[in-house]
Design a protein around this ligand. Structure first.
Ligand code: FES
Length: 198
C-alpha cells in the first residue's frame, strides 16, 4: 500500500510498496510498483501489468509459444475495456484475462520483452478468478502434480505455484487453505510448512 513518508521540500512524498514484497492481497485503491511490459497487445500499445514470469506451456497444455499472463487487478479502465472487447462472448472479462495471453502473433518474430519493469499502478479490483475450470480439467494439470499440490515456499515467505512459479501469497486462500492459481487453475495448498529445497 502507499505509505506517506514525511515531508520533503514542503511536499509530502509517497513511498510505494513493491507488489512482490506483499504477503497478502493488494488493497483495492492502493498504489504499488507492479511488473509491466510495454507491448502492442491486440492493437493497443501500453504498459501491460503481468502476473508471473514469461513462459511457455508445451507440457500439459500444448501451448509452446512464449507468453505472459495479464494481471487484471492492475489494468486501468481503458485496458480493461480493450480486453473485454477481445473476449468471446463479448464483455466476459474473466475469460478474456485468463484466456488471452500476451504473446507475439503466431508466425511473426517474437518481440516480447524478456523482462518486465516496475511501474506505479493502482489496484483497481480484487482477485482475478480462474474462469476456465473445464480447461484445467481437460489438461489434467492437477493429476499431473499428484492431486494434492503444495506451494513452494521461499525463505522470504512467498508461496509459489509449482507449475510456473507465480506468487500465490498475494491471493486469498479458501477455508481449506487452497488458492486457485490465476494462471492455469491449479488448486494449491499455501498453508503447508516451509520447504527448504526451493
Ligand atoms: S502457474 Fe500454472 S497453474 Fe499455477
Amino acid at each position: 500500500m502507499t505509505v506517506l513518508d514525511g515531508r520533503a521540500s514542503g511536499l509530502r512524498r509517497a513511498r510505494v510498496e513493491r507488489l512482490q514484497d506483499l504477503r497478502e492481497p493488494p488493497v483495492v485503491g492502493g498504489y504499488y510498483l507492479v511488473p509491466v511490459i510495454t507491448y502492442p497487445l491486440r492493437g493497443m500499445m501500453a504498459d501491460w501489468p503481468v502476473l508471473g514470469p514469461m513462459h511457455e506451456d508445451a507440457e500439459h497444455i500444448g501451448f509452446p509459444w512464449l507468453h505472459y499472463h495479464i494481471d487484471g487487478r492492475f489494468l486501468n479502465a481503458r485496458q480493461y475495456r480493450h480486453m473485454a472487447n477481445q473476449a468471446w462472448p463479448k464483455g466476459d472479462h474473466d475469460r478474456a484475462l485468463n484466456g488471452l495471453p500476451i504473446m507475439s502473433p503466431r508466425g511473426m518474430p517474437d518481440t516480447l520483452p524478456r523482462r518486465p519493469h516496475l511501474k506505479r499502478r493502482q489496484c483497481r479490483r480484487t482477485i482475478q478468478r480462474w474462469a476456465v475450470a473445464q480447461e484445467t480439467k481437460r489438461w489434467g494439470l492437477q493429476e499431473a502434480y499428484g492431486g494434492e499440490v503444495h506451494a513452494l515456499r521461499l525463505p522470504d515467505g512467498r508461496a509459489l505455484c509449482p507449475h510456473r512459479k507465480v506468487d500465490l501469497s498475494q491471493f486469498p486462500a479458501d477455508e481449506q487453505g487452497l488458492v486457485t492459481c490465476p494462471l492455469h487453475g491449479l488448486r494449491v495448498c499455501v498453508q503447508s510448512k516451509a520447504r527448504a529445497d526451493v
